[in-house]
Write a protein that binds this ligand. Structure first.
Ligand SMILES: *[C@@H]1O[C@H](CO)[C@@H](O)[C@H](O)[C@H]1NC(C)=O
Ligand SMILES: *[C@@H]1O[C@H](CO)[C@@H](O)[C@H](O)[C@H]1NC(C)=O
Ligand SMILES: *[C@@H]1O[C@H](CO)[C@@H](O)[C@H](O)[C@H]1NC(C)=O
Ligand SMILES: *[C@@H]1O[C@H](CO)[C@@H](O)[C@H](O)[C@H]1NC(C)=O
Ligand SMILES: *[C@@H]1O[C@H](CO)[C@@H](O)[C@H](O)[C@H]1NC(C)=O
Ligand SMILES: *[C@@H]1O[C@H](CO)[C@@H](O)[C@H](O)[C@H]1NC(C)=O
Ligand SMILES: *[C@@H]1O[C@H](CO)[C@@H](O)[C@H](O)[C@H]1NC(C)=O
Length: 575
């Protein structure tokens, strides 16, 4: 995909919208307390190259072409939403812009809204990167529509704790993965972080939260002239979906949540204790499947005779890196250190999300343990876990949840004693360390009153998708959503990985289609088989072939799209 094109197209679009808008109008939404502000929908189209504007039946916004991705043309637009969706007077004339992007279905009248997670992942990037494959899964009967949620990526004002990118690069880094050793530093750092976020964002800071974003989705529907919410949210997108359905059950016609976050814990828990309960099971799954595959397909298997022994061999090697990182020299411009954190978090943790890269991880680890660190270094050492140039993730997480001095001891020792027990849940728990320090110091007033509850009756029951073992959104959270939403049904994809899309399964795609087009849910708890094994021989270009033969052409097409989705999905180690 062409990111420059995408951002360029977007900036161009917004600039033109802004320069033309002269008035505000206010129209009542379906809910009496919600009003949506639009600007510019009546824009006149005066000059020569305006033929690129698209206007569709019932829609109150204009679209323009913004890229052509492998013969799937995209169109872009944007809307303005009040800064405070729940109090228009309080908002005054202050807004967020919400950029929209859409891939049209050839036989569609309605839009399927998508959220890729994070919080903080860009819907734009998502549709550009994955839209085509998702469309193959969903079919031509829906337009796929995504958006940059308020504060995220190209939405303005962008959630930010730094005046510019240079300052971000200079000041954002702090070590936190050594839970005890790094504590004094991250404790001090988090106090500054909070002040910088507050200074940089000003008043808008308070309104960066999930309930506001859920209300923004109504503004999007209203702009489209669409009454019903039709939605598929992945990972954190499942939290957004649950929040939406909790706030607006009467509009929740086809809501799919996939890779579920426990909303009770997210909004009301001091700790996100549940989130990592299956992480180490996924790690064990990696070793088990490798041994099952055998050394022919998983090179690493040649190092041990059982999964337990393999696990020990690999973990003690990684432990050794904790004492002594390896210096890797490729040439005079590419060299450096390969240390424990890079292998563990950039290598292993990322792979737990995506079984499609297990073969590569096994291969890299095998070579590393045999003494050749080149591949591991090139793939894990310089990788930025997340290159988002904004702090929407932190603003949204911290504003949604239980944050600030009111809830957290301010003294570092007491605080550390409180959080230390949490780090026993998983070998990867230290990834959560930093956010707890941020919570401790985050002192932005809470402006939402959303309280998750059980037994919510949506207009149509919700579809809930999960893998059996998800490294960050465990199946047990899918059950909490099942309890919260009346008549909802869980479909489990029998495998490892983050969200149903981490694994190819034509079975789950069929259920998704039945739900989207016919509103059908299975009568009981349902499991879907996975259409691939975990380890494959890599060919010379280190790519994987399609896994399974399908007689039916449509099923074969779906399978191929799912293989690509599973391979290329970029979770950026968020949710
Ligand atoms: C918004 O309102 C404030 C005060 O009501 C005013 O000073 C400001 O100029 C307005 N801004 C815009 C862009 O209209
Ligand atoms: C288009 O949609 C209609 C109604 O949704 C359906 O009956 C028809 O079969 C679809 N056509 C194609 C070519 O998919
Ligand atoms: C938005 O996302 C694109 C693609 O990931 C990235 O290049 C760009 O820097 C992002 N912009 C901001 C302001 O985060
Ligand atoms: C150094 O190695 C990197 C990675 O293999 C390569 O891309 C780059 O061209 C090399 N640079 C020089 C100066 O050889
Ligand atoms: C190490 O691995 C790299 C990449 O696979 C390869 O190019 C290189 O020749 C290997 N080095 C040694 C000493 O085997
Ligand atoms: C956590 O692990 C440490 C060291 O293994 C142990 O001493 C401690 O009792 C554990 N705490 C909990 C709450 O399990
Ligand atoms: C490896 O497999 C991919 C996917 O099937 C294929 O496109 C590519 O040409 C293959 N490369 C080699 C060197 O065989």
């Amino acid at each position: 995909m062409d990111e420059k094109h995408m951002i360029g197209g977007l900036a161009w679009n917004q600039q033109r919208t802004n320069s033309r808008s002269k008035l505000w109008i206010i129209i009542p939404s379906i809910l009496s307390f919600l009003y949506i502000l639009f600007r510019g929908w009546w824009s006149i189209l005066p000059s020569t190259n305006e033929t690129s504007f698209l206007k569709f039946n019932r829609e109150r916004i204009n679209w323009e072409p913004c890229g052509d991705f492998e013969a799937s043309p995209l169109e872009c637009s944007s809307i303005h939403v009040p800064m405070d969706q729940f109090d228009l007077q309080n908002s005054g004339n202050r807004t967020f812009t919400i950029p929209l992007v859409r891939m049209r279905g050839s036989n569609a009248t309605q839009n399927l809204l998508l959220n890729p997670g994070g919080p903080g992942a860009s819907g734009f990037q998502f549709l550009y990167n994955r839209g085509k494959q998702l469309k193959a899964v969903v079919g031509e009967g829906y337009h796929l529509l995504s958006f940059d949620p308020r504060g995220v990526n190209s939405s303005t004002p962008t959630a930010s704790c730094y005046p510019d990118d240079r300052t971000r690069q200079k000041l954002a880094h702090v070590r936190s993965l050594d839970v005890l050793g790094d504590s004094p530093e991250v404790y001090a750092w988090a106090q500054n972080f909070f002040r910088a976020c507050s200074d940089t964002m000003g008043e808008h800071a308070m309104y960066l939260n999930t309930p506001q974003t859920a209300a923004d989705m109504n503004s999007i529907l209203d702009a489209l002239g669409q009454e019903d919410m039709i939605y598929w949210g992945f990972s954190y997108g499942s939290l957004l979906g649950q929040t939406y359905a909790g706030l607006f059950p009467e509009r929740s016609k086809r809501v799919i949540i996939d890779g579920v976050v426990n909303q009770f814990e997210w909004y009301e828990g001091l700790f996100e204790a549940q989130s990592l309960i299956d992480t180490d099971t996924v790690l064990d799954g990696f070793f088990e499947e490798c041994i099952n595959a055998g050394a022919d397909t998983c090179t690493l298997a040649s190092l041990a005779t059982s999964k337990e022994k393999l696990r020990n061999t690999v973990l003690s090697y990684i432990h050794m890196l904790q004492q002594q990182p390896i210096g890797v020299y490729i040439n005079n411009s590419v060299y450096g250190l390969l240390d424990y954190e890079k292998v563990w978090y950039n290598g292993f943790l990322e792979a737990l999300y995506k079984p499609s890269i297990w073969s590569t991880l096994a291969d890299n680890m095998y070579k590393l343990i045999q003494g050749n660190a080149t591949n591991a270094f090139l793939e894990y050492a310089n990788k930025e876990i997340r290159d988002w140039r904004h702090e929407a993730n932190e603003f949204i997480t911290l504003n949604d949840g239980i944050s600030g001095p009111e809830h957290w001891p301010q003294d570092r020792q007491t605080f550390l004693e409180n959080i230390t027990p949490l780090f026993n849940h998983s070998l990867f728990s230290p990834v959560q360390s930093k956010i707890y320090y941020m919570r401790q110091h985050w002192n932005i007033p809470k402006t939402h009153s959303y309280v998750p509850r059980k037994g919510v009756k949506t207009t149509h029951p919700m579809l809930i998708l999960s893998t059996t073992y998800d490294p960050v959104c465990p199946l047990i959270a899918a059950w909490s959503a099942n309890e919260a939403f009346e008549g909802s049904q869980v479909i489990e994809v029998k495998g490892y990985g983050h969200c149903s899309v981490a694994l190819p399964s034509v079975c789950v795609a069929k259920y998704v289609r039945e739900f989207l087009y016919g509103g059908k849910l299975p009568d009981t708890y349902t499991q879907c088989e996975v259409d691939s094994s975990y380890f494959h021989r890599l060919n010379k270009s280190r790519q994987l072939p399609a896994y399974k033969h399908f007689e039916d052409a449509e099923e074969a097409r779906i399978h191929l799209a799912q293989v690509l989705l599973a391979r290329n999905w970029d979770f950026a180690l968020g949710k």
